[in-house]
Each structure stands twice: as structure tokens, then as C-alpha cells.
Design a protein around this ligand. Structure first.
Ligand SMILES: [Ca+2]
Ligand SMILES: [Ca+2]
Length: 215
């Protein structure tokens, strides 16, 4: 079934035709109510932490070539034939709930904060996502009703802390149909080691002692 055949109801046509929101690496698009300069959406990760990032997807079933950063494979396992690419490269799940997995090879050693970040239109992602089988709860950084068909524009992320993972395997999705996946990123930042904190605290202690001697 072609996109045009699917685009026969007003709601679906509108959603499909307005799915071109995040078309660059800047997530905080003005169309989502942000400034559009990349600084106004919630970003608890360090700059430059992008580990893999997709914006324009290659197909509705799999994309093994992240177009903004990194390497890895995004796969959609549901709804199969009910999913299609929009003209702007979103993965639109028309036929049922969406289920995605992301597989990355990891060379991270030590403790890392890991974030999975998504931008969607229409149906929002479900609350729970997993990393290597460990569940996390979605944090919504932006949400606005798009109007007309009950969908929303949403930016959200999940957070985990892992230690020297050999692989990063994520799963997330939506239990309801009509999620349009616009953008997706995995971010990684090292957790400061306890020794770093101890030496930092000791350094502050020395500075404090020197300040007291000079006082
Ligand atoms: Ca690609
Ligand atoms: Ca996009």
C-alpha cells in the first residue's frame, strides 16, 4: 500500500504531511515551540556526548547508517507492514503499536551515563524503555498538542548508568498506533570516578586550608 493510498483520512493526511519538524540536528525546533537555536530543550548530557544519532530514516524496518553521528542499527519489529516512511524520513506506524530496538557495539570502559532521546509526533512513546534489559521511565522535555487528531509533538529521553557494557541494546515503542518517529539519539558521558571526587574534595580542602592560613 502506498503512502497516497494510506493518506485518505483527514487525520492521517495531516499527520503525515506535518511530520517534517525536526529536519536537522537541532532538536528544539520552532515548530515545537522552542527557540530553534539548539539551546532551549532539556539536555542533561554533556555537549558532544552523542554516541549515535538518526534524523532522516532510510526505511521503516531498519536503518544501520546513523546520519548525524556514530554507528549502530535501528530496527522496527512492529507493526511490520503497517509502518511506512514519510516524505521527511519519519517512521510512521499506522497499522498498530510501534516497537523499536537499537543495537550498538560499545567500547565504553568504566561507568557511563547513557541517554536515549526521541522526538515524535502523533502518538507519544510509552513510558518504559529498556537498555540491556533494564527498564527506565521516560522524562518528557517538551510536549504540545498538534491538534485535530489528538496527537502531540514530543521530545523525551530515558537515562541509565552502566559499567563497561559490551553492547548497548535498547527497546522502546508505543502501545497505540500512529506514532511518527522523527529523530533518535543515544548519548554517553563518563561518570566521574570516586577517586576524581576524592582528589577534587582533597584539593578543595587544601585550598580552604591555604585560605585560612592567609586570612
Ligand atoms: Ca541512515
Ligand atoms: Ca527527522
Amino acid at each position: 500500500m502506498s503512502f497516497h493510498h494510506l493518506c485518505t483520512t483527514g487525520a492521517l493526511c495531516l499527520l503525515a504531511s506535518t511530520s517534517a519538524f525536526a529536519t536537522s540536528a537541532a532538536w528544539d525546533t520552532p515548530l515545537a515551540g522552542y527557540s530553534g537555536d539548539g539551546t532551549s530543550s532539556a539536555a542533561p548530557w554533556a555537549s558532544g556526548a552523542a554516541y549515535a544519532e538518526w534524523n532522516v530514516f532510510d526505511s521503516a524496518s531498519s536503518d544501520a547508517t546513523p546520519d548525524i553521528a556514530g554507528s549502530g542499527t535501528l530496527s522496527q519489529t512492529s507493526p511490520g507492514a503497517g509502518a511506512f516512511l514519510t516524505g521527511s524520513g519519519n517512521i510512521y506506524s499506522a497499522g498498530g503499536g510501534a516497537a523499536f530496538s537499537i543495537d550498538l557495539v560499545s567500547s565504553l570502559t568504566g561507568s557511563y551515563d547513557i541517554w536515549l532521546r526521541v522526538a515524535t509526533q502523533g502518538t507519544a512513546a510509552d513510558s518504559v524503555a529498556t537498555l540491556n534489559g533494564i527498564a527506565a521511565t521516560k522524562q518528557v522535555s517538551f510536549s504540545a498538542v498538534l491538534g485535530g487528531f489528538g496527537g502531540s509533538e514530543e521530545e523525551a529521553y530515558w537515562h541509565w548508568t552502566v559499567s563497561s557494557p559490551l553492547a548497548l541494546q535498547f527497546s522502546f515503542g508505543s502501545s497505540e498506533a500512529h506514532m511518527s518517529l522523527d529523530q533518535l539519539a543515544v548519548l554517553a558521558a563518563p561518570v566521574p570516578e570516586p577517586a576524581t571526587w576524592l582528589s577534587l574534595a582533597a584539593g578543595l580542602g587544601v585550598i580552604g586550608a591555604l585560605a585560612r592560613r592567609r586570612a
